[in-house]
Design a protein around this ligand. Structure first.
Ligand SMILES: NC(=O)c1ccc[n+]([C@@H]2O[C@H](COP(=O)([O-])OP(=O)(O)OC[C@H]3O[C@@H](n4cnc5c(N)ncnc54)[C@H](O)[C@@H]3O)[C@@H](O)[C@H]2O)c1
Length: 336
């Protein structure tokens, strides 16, 4: 039997990525869409030939569905997630979970208590090269990891009315929007938690109230050190979108993998060095290079969500990880 889906917030990433992923999955059926903007609701409803609404409760009262996707501004997530739960539905919601760690934990705890699935849209961990990076680390392919760096950016100039540029609607700027992806991914690839963070951030280039650039430095439980650079203020073509891991036996360097597509490359160098050499002669070793598989990360997310529902056993592992990301974000904004 098909999983019947309703959409809350149909215009942005929902229209570009998630609804296409839902309709392509043969286990899924789109049954209704809702958007606060009447034009968007109508446009997307007509595009998929399904009923459309401008109020989420009205949609859920009048539509037979099993699961709901939320793709709205962050400030809407808490109330809308709780509405979805009130109607007894499973939820797939965009990142970040909510405005604060407390709100995020309250949402995830409520879904756990009700035995309903909740999944948060951190899709970068499903990139084949990030899965490979995790495997290389787990299999001692770069030895004891010491250092991690990530650079992720998206050109985002002043736009009148943009919710991401307002603290009250987005909860923050480049760190809240882009940094969360990096934190989630780094913890996934290392398979361990970040336990301490410090950060600098500023609004240097544009005139909106949230930060247009941020630097986060961190330490993991085992002592891996790292930093994350996130920017709204460097051109996309000038950003290397790099994700690097260094260890005592080599490196993994991903280029062009941080983003919405399964593109880019991964270079893996395995070059254990042995004893200290006073001559400091550096021999050049060649890395092995792998390429992105080009699959649809959003389809992978929907497929996993369907599998979890089919198993009849909700899985909260990554929802809990997403709450932890939010704890780190709270620390950054409250302590720096
Ligand atoms: N995982 C990813 O790749 C990815 C990429 C982009 C955005 N996102 C996340 O998706 C969410 C939405 O971002 P976006 O870029 O699509 O934003 P957007 O502004 O492009 O689209 C948001 C849509 O929600 C609608 N909306 C606004 N308030 C609403 C409300 N109260 N109820 C119903 N609809 C409402 C808007 O009219 C618009 O159609 C955010 O949480 C963002 O962080 C995730």
């Amino acid at each position: 039997m098909a999983i019947k889906w309703c959409i809350i917030g149909a215009g942005g990433i929902a229209d570009r990525r998630t609804i296409p992923a839902i309709v392509k999955d043969e286990r899924c059926r789109l049954t209704a869409v809702m958007d606060k903007s009447p034009e968007t609701a109508k446009r997307i409803g007509e595009k998929y030939n399904v009923p459309y609404f401008c109020d989420e409760a009205e949609m859920l009262e009048n539509t037979d569905c099993d699961a709901v996707y939320i793709g709205t501004p962050v400030a809407c997530h808490y109330d809308q997630a709780m509405t979805v739960l009130r109607f007894g539905k499973h939820l797939f919601m965009e990142k970040p979970v909510a405005m604060t760690a407390n709100e995020s934990k309250a949402i995830v705890d409520a879904f756990k208590q009700a035995g309903k699935q909740i999944t948060i849209g951190y899709m970068m961990k499903y990139h084949n090269l990030h899965e490979q990076a995790r495997k290389i680390v787990a299999e001692d392919g770069i030895g004891n990891v010491s250092d991690v760096r990530a650079q992720f950016s998206c050109w985002y100039p002043d736009i009148a009315g943009a919710w991401r540029q307002k603290k009250a609607l987005g909860g923050g700027g480049a760190i809240m929007d882009l940094g969360v992806h990096c934190i989630e991914l780094i913890e996934y690839v290392l398979n361990e938690e970040i336990v301490d963070v410090k950060s600098f951030y500023s609004t240097k280039t544009f005139s909106y109230e949230v930060e247009d650039g941020g630097v986060i430095i961190f330490k993991t439980k085992s002592g891996v050190l790292g930093h994350i650079d996130v920017n709204f203020n460097i051109p996309d073509n000038a950003s290397e979108s790099k994700f690097e891991l260094y260890g005592e036996k080599g490196y993994v360097i991903c280029k062009g993998t941080l983003g919405q597509e399964e593109t880019g490359t991964l270079s893996h160098l395995y070059a254990p060095q042995g004893d200290y050499s006073a001559q400091q002669n550096r021999t050049v070793s060649e890395p092995q290079t792998f390429v992105g598989a080009g699959n649809d990360l959003y389809q992978k997310q929907i497929a996993l969500f369907c599998q979890t529902l089919a198993s009849g056993k909700p899985d909260y592992f990554y929802a809990d990880r997403a709450v932890h990301v939010q704890e780190i974000i709270d620390k950054i904004y409250n302590e720096n």
